[in-house]
Design a protein around this ligand. Structure first.
Ligand code: SF4
Ligand code: SF4
Length: 103
């Protein structure tokens, strides 16, 4: 867990300075089945700016080759979908989600 926090802090230092809340919190509580919606990134529209990762209060979005969400811990708050400057994150009802992924 501490290593993940260090990695996130390092990543934040590489991003352009933005005004707003910044979090390096990392959720260690499994979400379970109660999440109502999940964020689904449209990779064709994503510019990998990292802003969603910066705003996610649970710290569950990774900036890798493509941006990824760890659905085991994502709480479905929707902040990432609001903050994405390209509006590249759909906020999909769990009952209508058809892709692969846990929970
Ligand atoms: S904020 Fe939007 S465009 Fe930026 S990395 Fe996240 S999904 Fe991609
Ligand atoms: S919905 Fe909330 S918890 Fe899930 S990835 Fe987006 S900002 Fe993080």
């Amino acid at each position: 867990m501490q290593e993940l926090v260090k990695q996130r802090t390092k990543m934040l230092e590489t991003l352009p300075k933005i005004v707003g809340p910044v979090s390096v919190k990392v959720s260690d509580v499994h979400t379970g089945v109660w999440r109502y919606r999940r964020p689904v990134i449209r990779h064709d529209d994503c510019i990998r700016c990292g802003i969603c990762a910066e705003y996610c209060p649970c710290g569950v979005i990774e900036k890798a080759e493509v941006m990824t969400v760890d659905y085991t811990y994502c709480k479905g708050c929707g902040i990432c979908t609001v903050e994405c400057p390209k509006k590249a994150i759909d906020f999909v009802l769990e009952s209508e989600f058809e892709g692969e992924g846990d929970q």
